[in-house]
Design a protein around this ligand. Structure first.
Ligand code: NAI
Length: 422
């Protein structure tokens, strides 16, 4: 029996079309790994709960885990990122889904709890909410060994787990899949980089000639800066890390503090994982340029001070789906994308399938790795084995028809030795 709560089961046909498109663009996850999983069933008897953005790409991951023998439960990792058609289609395939677009905070956690009630063995999280809830409300799953390992998909989640680990509060083996090279160098940089197009979808705005402020110069934000420049924008980068700021400066961007950048900004896009990147102060709001577009691509809705902006506005008008016009007491208008939530997932469909192929190939292989090695882990953060990261890289190249060189024995000894010098 399939357990589920989705927005509308009648959307399944549309969801199947979306999944069909993603399948062919994710050959590592959907073909190579799935084919082997179908034969070997490495996840037989295992229940996997994923708290992930319910997109067509997550659907492909779910299909592969199911093909490997797992019972799969899914809930959304953001109240606004669920694609209701995909959720409906997955239910028809026997995947248990508790997710719908626009759920409230209370409903969001209800969905997480429904998945945890099924006593999952592996948790795949995106932002840490499910695993933190397991620690708080389902400790028996950890204490009695039901949960054998956990995986985290995004930077903000990894940071939360590092903080938990430091305090000795992380009680499960936690694999930060986000930190794998095959994940953050492609998913974060390319996916979120291209995600700035969501700001175009939102307001149908021309980037060329605009002053576009990109907050951060990390994995996501450096990709966003590059794409914004490619579209002809005058890009201004803000940072708090001296080295990242230097990188941005040497890459040819204007670098300055956010307060200096704000008055001339036509578009401000954040992806820092930090809080109140635009300071939550009335005097700062009043300095924003009339008609400025504000969009966030970081995990939580507090990079842009959404709550405080709503409180400051004398009028809030929805101007199109997931875009609001905030009219301030001084008469200025500000356009807020996606209620300050991940604009690329809310206004568009999230990352292109091609990059999610690598992220979800890693999640698939890591699920297998956890099952195979479950008796050897201690609670805490455990790095992704480099051989799994490399394997995904090789497989991806293979599907793209790209060959690369291999170290000779002589070269290997040279770069791993110290004897040879001048
Ligand atoms: P990162 O750690 O590589 O980069 C973050 C950068 O922001 C760092 O260079 C940091 O110094 C800078 N920063 C921190 N506070 C700042 C502030 N107040 N002002 C200016 N710069 C500041 O992290 P990454 O991987 O780029 O992730 C950023 C956020 O995006 C996270 O919340 C992550 O979970 C999220 N994310 C979103 C995705 C999406 O689809 N929209 C995909 C992947 C990650």
């Amino acid at each position: 029996m399939v357990n589920y709560k989705v927005a509308d089961e009648n959307l399944a046909e549309k969801g199947k079309e979306a999944l069909y498109i993603a399948e062919s663009k994710m050959p590592v996850t959907a073909e190579i790994i799935r084919k082997r999983f179908s034969k070997e069933k490495p996840l037989k008897g295992i229940t996997i709960a994923g708290c992930l953005h319910i997109t067509k790409e997550t659907g492909i991951l779910a299909r592969t885990l199911k093909a490997g023998g797992a019972e799969v439960y899914l809930c959304g990792s953001n109240p606004l990122s669920t694609q209701d058609d995909v959720a409906a289609a997955l239910v028809q395939e026997g995947i248990n889904v508790f997710a719908w677009h626009g759920n409230t905070d209370k409903e969001f956690y209800w969905c997480i709890r429904e998945c945890l009630k099924e006593k999952p063995n592996i948790l795949i999280d995106d932002g840490a909410d499910m695993i933190v809830t397991a620690h708080k409300e389902f400790p028996e799953l950890i204490e009695n060994g039901t949960i054998i390992g956990c995986q985290e998909e995004t930077t903000t989640g990894v940071k939360r787990f590092k903080a938990m680990n430091k305090k000795g509060a992380l009680k499960v083996p936690l694999f930060p899949v986000n930190d794998a090279r095959c994940k953050n160098q492609f998913d974060n940089e390319l996916g979120t980089g291209q995600g700035i197009v969501s700001a175009i979808y939102g307001m149908h705005v021309l980037f060329a000639g605009k002053n576009v402020v990109i907050a951060g110069f990390g994995h996501c934000s450096s990709g966003m800066a590059l794409r914004a420049r490619g579209l002809g924008a005058n890009v201004i980068v803000t940072e708090v890390d001296a080295i990242k700021a230097l990188q941005a400066k040497f890459a040819g961007y204007n670098v300055m503090p956010i307060l200096e950048a704000i008055p001339d900004a036509d578009i401000i896009l954040t992806a820092t994982g930090c809080k109140h990147v635009i300071p939550a102060k009335t005097e700062v709001f009043d300095k924003l340029k009339d008609n400025v577009i504000l969009g966030n691509l970081g995990h939580f809705d507090i990079e842009i001070p959404t709550k405080e902006l709503y409180e400051h506005a004398k009028e809030i008008k929805p101007v199109r789906t997931n875009v609001e016009e905030l009219i301030f007491p001084n008469g200025k208008k500000v356009y807020l994308l996606a209620k300050g939530r991940l604009a690329n997932l809310v206004l568009s469909e999230g990352h292109p399938s091609e990059v999610m192929d690598m992220s979800f190939a890693l999640q698939s292989l890591m699920s297998e790795y956890i099952v195979k090695n479950k008796d050897s882990f201690n609670p805490g953060m455990i790095n992704i084995p480099p051989e799994i990261d490399d394997k995904v890289g090789y497989l991806k190249l293979k599907t793209m028809g790209v060959n690369i060189d291999k170290l000779t024995d002589e070269q290997y000894s040279y770069i791993h030795g110290y004897e040879e010098g001048t």
